[in-house]
Design a protein around this ligand. Structure first.
Ligand code: ZN
Length: 325
């Protein structure tokens, strides 16, 4: 794994993507996965959670092209199985909003094209296109999946050649990596047909998973969305969720173009977000503490001499105890 010191990496302060300016923020942490400096901040005005300060665009580009895959590489068979399961789960969410006779599907950050392959199975003769960075994925996309490859980087001008072309744009577990989500969503909007839909899924900041420090907060996760903050960012790009839901640790939405709408002025999620994090951390601390006294683990750690003194019936009761926390 790559290691670095912060002094080697330039950082920049980022304006809030919703408030559109540099706003007062509260720092949630300075350390994330791999123990790397990861400055997670929350906007005190709207409650959006994002990295600031964070690496410059140049540093991110360098990281994604040279280091990312080495740090996050997954076993291919396991990834295939997980991704196929996830797209089977996601498809019914979006299928009922698809326009009639869909002709073209784009997946941004398509990996090895699992969602595109599924779309081609579900929709006869559909044109499938993908955007992905790794060379291996691009070759796989063209030669195995039979998809068109339309670019490596959402922040380039790829969209200019595809205006109003897609019935469905998919972006799963990608938007948390974006450097400018409003700009990226505007491009997505511009490539959608008038009645096209955009399916987006991101980790849900109002229901985190695992250790915040060692798993949830990552230097590559630049934005941490909640239902209200994702909705407001979509609004800024001229998009409106027709359905937006929290499921386990995921937040997903089916989104359509909207030319004009009254932004309902969603309330700030700042206090709710802090409350969720306080409770989450308290729950994890209690669980770690109780684990110290887990009878089964105590029994396993006990010296054999001492263990032999305990009647078998009591040991059995210990073993059967299931701690629920
Ligand atoms: Zn804000």
């Amino acid at each position: 794994m790559n290691t670095f010191t912060e002094s080697r990496t330039e950082l920049e302060v980022i304006p809030c993507a919703i408030c559109r300016e540099i706003t007062p923020t509260k720092r949630l942490t300075d350390v994330g996965m791999f123990g790397w400096p990861t400055h997670v901040s929350i906007c005190k005005q709207c409650g959006l959670v994002f990295l600031s300060p964070r690496w410059t665009r140049e540093r991110y580009n360098q990281y994604y092209s040279e280091e990312y895959e080495g740090d996050y590489r997954e076993d291919k068979e396991k990834a295939d199985e997980t991704e196929q399961r996830k797209i089977r789960q996601a498809w019914p969410r979006l299928a009922r909003y698809l326009p009639e006779n869909p002709q073209a599907v784009l997946d941004i950050g398509c990996g090895l094209g699992w969602a595109l392959a599924h779309a081609a199975e579900q929709i006869p003769n559909v044109r499938i296109a993908g955007m992905e960075t790794s060379e291996e994925s691009i070759v796989h996309l063209r030669e195995v999946i039979g998809a068109e490859f339309i670019g490596t980087d959402v922040d380039t001008d790829w969209h200019l050649d595809h205006q109003g072309s897609f019935d469905l744009v998919i972006m799963r577990m990608v938007a948390e990596h974006l450097l400018d989500p409003v700009a990226a969503f505007k491009k997505v909007r511009s490539v959608l047909k008038d009645d096209g839909i955009f399916y987006i899924a991101v980790p849900n900041m109002l229901n985190p998973d695992g250790s915040l420090r060692d798993f949830w907060y990552r230097v590559v996760h630049t934005y941490y969305y909640a239902k209200p903050t994702l909705t407001r960012i979509l609004h800024l790009a001229g998009l409106e969720p027709v359905e937006i839901r929290e499921e386990e640790f995921e937040l997903w939405a089916v989104v359509q173009r909207r030319d004009s709408f009254d932004d309902p002025g969603l309330p700030s999620v700042y206090h709710l977000q802090l409350q969720v994090l306080r409770r989450y951390q308290a729950r994890r601390a209690v669980r770690a503490f109780l684990n110290l006294f887990n009878p089964r683990k105590l029994l396993a750690r006990m010296p054999a001499g001492l263990k032999n003194l305990i009647p078998e019936s009591i040991k059995e009761r210990f073993r059967r105890l299931v701690y629920r926390h």
